[in-house]
Design a protein around this ligand. Structure first.
Ligand code: NOJ
Length: 622
């Protein structure tokens, strides 16, 4: 076990490149974003599906929580093959969710409360029902043919025959990433569902159409975009138009991801997007947030995407920490340990320390619930483990994202039958791995159900639990996905009424980021990298003090990630014996770390941040 005491460091620590004071750093460095998945947030018309007026109705909840920005998952017109991530009209709201007027009302309501709205931008692909694709598909001579990836069958093979696909790439949702189109005799690429054809970003007309659409949304009042799988938009295409095969790791299909992840022109495209779309608005003083969803991104590319001087995006969602509990897909579970989590989060903190910025998250609409995944959702530890994980993440450097229901410590759904699942990805893998698509059978139905019980995206998508009433106050109709029966005890109404709830703890964390520059901008140093239960790190920020002095504000964050009490190795605590407690998961516990000499004892799932402040250590004389 390593005991790494913080070493004195004479160099300035923390901050933002070029910012004289913390207040000069971009506004989003001290902000927290809240993600709304509209389908599951709040229904107002009784159809069992959440809608825009439902979000507007619940703005008090968000305001009270204190978040700065709402990221709204797609509400555009869509056949809903992937719950709105398959868009057939970028310019309109799907009637399922309401109307453009409802969206304007939401924007107005958010702005009136000092919050911003970030829309989902899904432009790696459209729906196959988007007029662009309908036209592209209509004939091989269509002027829009080249807006998508059309390719002939593999040379020497019968078009449409098994194995004749242009490449062996597997789709993210299982099966081939190519779909044969009888009418024109060619295949189109769909990295996701067959109803989500990939746009061809090589074509400048495609890019200009996307940029024009983005400008229209900014003009309407939205404050930025979360860019869906944006690091997949540039494919590794040869001058003759061919695309390479991927390595086969399992089953029939190959892994095409090296040929489209962080592809050859992606940085060029994002810089162009910044120039063509965002720059003029930013120059006029508009506050905009851009975050790229970047599965498979490396630290090196993460820095390039987010280095402010390169002007691509403000921050990225990376996925490494989401990968520690499974193999090649989320349906291949493996044991995880804390050292792996520290290694990956620590690497991203270090990699983007001086240039770039991290988006921090546990939950989103594609991930199982964190309290069930990395925490402990048993009645004994649910609350404490949710707080511990929240503290751990929110005190990292980066912009935290809270996914709806995470602030309530909502748990995974107790589904036991395949009919209870709705997610296109879960159902696709269920069919493929149990041999229903003709591919070799790799799992029994029972095995696959056990995997889904931990890993399905539907765990994030059960309706928000507002109160203990029927359907948790989400709808008066039949919910599109079953409400978790534990809503009778786990719900927002109960949580607001309990000062010691997970919800109130999140509220405190959100406020800390805004109020404490060291939380927003302090540099990050991981301690105890090999300890299997204690997650420990420091944050430090040098900022101008009175009379030209420099003050160093420091935090030591200690979190017990497990159900067994821990004593932090003594060396880690050197110099912190007299520190104050900035925030703790166990306020009021007799031995909560405030008793002198007891700063290093942690009860199960207990976490705290200690603070000390003093003059910045002098530079050693030459
Ligand atoms: C990532 C989104 O988060 C996910 O929900 C969606 O299925 C895929 N991109 C395809 O758009």
């Amino acid at each position: 076990m390593t005991s790494s005491a913080p070493t004195p460091d004479p160099l300035p620590r923390g901050g933002w490149p070029g910012a004289e004071t913390p207040g000069d750093a971009p506004w989003w460095t001290r902000s927290v974003v809240y993600q709304v998945y509209p389908r599951s947030f709040q229904d107002t018309d009784g159809d069992g599906i959440g809608d825009l007026p439902g979000i507007t109705r619940r703005l008090d909840h968000l305001e009270r929580l204190g978040v700065d920005v709402v990221w709204l998952s797609p509400v555009y017109r869509s056949p809903q093959a992937d719950n709105g991530y398959d868009i057939s009209d970028y310019e309109d709201v799907d009637p399922l969710f309401g109307s453009l007027a409802d969206l304007d009302a939401l924007i107005e309501g958010l702005h009136a409360r000092g919050m911003k709205l970030v829309m989902d931008l899904v432009v790696n692909h459209t729906s196959d029902e988007h007029p662009w694709f309908v036209e592209s598909r209509s004939s091989a001579q269509s002027p829009r043919r080249d807006w998508y990836w059309w390719r002939p069958a593999r040379e020497g093979m019968e078009p449409g025959a098994p194995g004749a696909e242009p490449t062996n790439w597997r789709s993210f949702f299982g099966g081939s990433a190519w779909r044969f189109d009888e009418a024109s005799g060619e295949y189109y690429l769909h990295l996701f569902d067959t109803k989500q054809p990939d746009l061809n970003w090589e074509n400048p007309d495609v890019r200009e159409a996307v940029y024009a659409m983005m400008r229209r949304w900014l003009d309407r009042g939205v404050d930025g975009f979360r860019m869906d799988v944006i690091n997949l938009i540039s494919k590794d295409v040869a001058p003759d138009g061919s695309l390479p095969d991927g390595e086969v790791h399992w089953g029939t299909y190959g892994d095409g991801s090296p040929h489209y992840t962080d592809g050859p022109r992606v940085h060029e495209f994002l810089a162009e997007m910044h120039r063509e779309v965002f720059a003029p608005y930013l120059a006029r003083g508009r506050e905009i947030l851009t975050v790229g969803e970047t599965p498979g991104v490396t630290v090196e590319h993460g820095v390039r995407y987010t280095d402010p001087d390169r002007r691509e995006v403000d921050m990225v969602f990376q996925f490494e920490h989401m990968g520690i509990d499974h193999g090649a897909t989320r349906y291949d579970p493996v044991r995880w340990d804390l050292a792996d989590l520290k290694a990956t989060l620590g690497r991203w903190q270090a990699g983007l320390a001086h240039r770039g910025w991290n988006a921090l998250y546990w939950d989103n609409h594609d991930q199982p619930r964190v309290v069930s995944r990395f925490g402990d959702d048993s009645p004994e530890h649910r609350v404490a483990s949710a707080k511990a994980l929240a503290l751990l993440l929110h005190l990292h450097r980066g912009t935290p994202y809270v996914y709806q229901g995470e602030e309530l410590a909502m748990t995974n759904a107790p589904f036991t039958r395949i009919e209870q699942y709705q997610d296109v990805e879960s159902l696709g893998y269920f069919r493929e791995l149990t041999g229903r698509t003709g591919a070799p059978r790799l799992r029994t139905d029972g095995e696959m159900l056990a995997v889904l019980a931990h890993a399905s995206r539907d765990h994030a998508r059960t309706p928000v639990q507002w109160d203990a009433s029927a359907n948790a106050g989400f709808t008066t109709g039949t919910p599109w996905l079953e409400v978790n029966p534990n809503h009778t005890t786990i719900n927002a109404e109960a949580a607001w009424a309990d000062e010691d709830s997970v919800l109130h703890f999140y509220r405190r964390l959100v406020a800390l980021r805004r109020e404490e520059p060291v939380v927003a901008l302090g540099d990050f140093r991981m301690l105890l990298p090999d300890h299997e239960a204690v997650y420990a790190f420091t944050r430090a920020l040098d900022a101008p003090g009175p009379d030209g002095t420099t003050v160093r504000d420091e935090l030591l964050v200690l979190v017990n990630v497990g159900g067994v009490p821990q004593d932090v190795p003594a060396g880690t605590l050197t110099g912190w014996e007299e520190a104050s407690v900035l925030v703790t998961t166990h306020p009021g516990r007799a031995d909560d770390g405030t008793r002198p000499g007891a700063v290093g004892h942690l009860e199960p799932w207990e976490g705290r941040a200690l603070r000390r402040t003093g003059p910045r250590p002098a530079r050693p004389s030459a």
